[in-house]
Design a protein around this ligand. Sequence first.
Ligand SMILES: Nc1ncnc2c1ncn2[C@@H]1O[C@H](COP(=O)(O)OP(=O)(O)OP(=O)(O)O)[C@@H](O)[C@H]1O
Length: 276
Amino acid sequence: MNFAKGVDLTLHEGTPILSFEGVTVAFKSPGHSADRPVLSRLKLTVDEGEFICLLGPSGCGKTTLLNCVAGFQPYEGNIYYNGARIEKPGKERGVVFQEYALFPWFTVEQNVEFGLRVNGVQASERKERARHYIEMVGLAGFEKHYPGKLSGGMKQRAGLARVLANEPGILLMDEPFAALDEQTREKLQAELLGLWEQQRKTCLFVTHSIQEAVYLADRVIVLQPNPARIALDLRIDLPRLRNRHDERLLQFQSRISDALREGERPYGEHLSVITA
Ligand SMILES: Nc1ncnc2c1ncn2[C@@H]1O[C@H](COP(=O)(O)OP(=O)(O)OP(=O)(O)O)[C@@H](O)[C@H]1O
């Protein structure tokens, strides 16, 4: 796999690709007659090629937001991807889950080919694309292995290859490395940036780790709950690959940590919305 050592990957096109306009999602809440809003009139714009990390306390609505973009979650308001309102799932929006989402009875190769088969891609192209993406994520030689024989990191590589093979324009990643040990997680973070350098796909990446967010993102967005609001929208304007001990990275971490703590104050004590 290609690594992006020393290359400035911070620049992006600056063209909006994804926009949220007044997005509201409310769920039934036990014991309450009215639905409880998780997202309320949320506004957000994402530029093409931008790598965004979403952080926020558990239950604040990160997955709900991602699910809306994936087309899994009905919502009020509008979310436009590439000019079209998102109404349902589409192969231009690829989702990478924490739990790998591999079929245990399929080999790596068959898992990677699965989405292509569903989308009617011809056998010869399926084989070629599977080979290409399996190699890209560093799993060449493991094509015939079943997921049960792979480590957590390898499973997530296979999960990534499966999504990349559909050649989506945007990657929606919901805590994809959360289940991995720290060493593997750090390795995959660097590898993901290597892939991102090659492909420059827009990424929306949910994480609970401040360190992961500042290492990966162009922009870190901190959400606060009830309903989700953007408490911080912070641009991490440092070249990649970043040194995890860089003083500037630590300063970004402490701003994010402050924004997360802000939500722990009793209602009414909040400062106004902070932006970078
Ligand atoms: N289908 C649903 N029906 C009812 N409530 C739901 C549903 N999906 C999510 N919720 C509620 O909406 C809120 C936001 O959930 P969501 O999973 O988006 O949060 P999150 O920020 O991703 O949390 P975590 O960090 O723990 O994964 C939670 O209170 C959750 O219980």
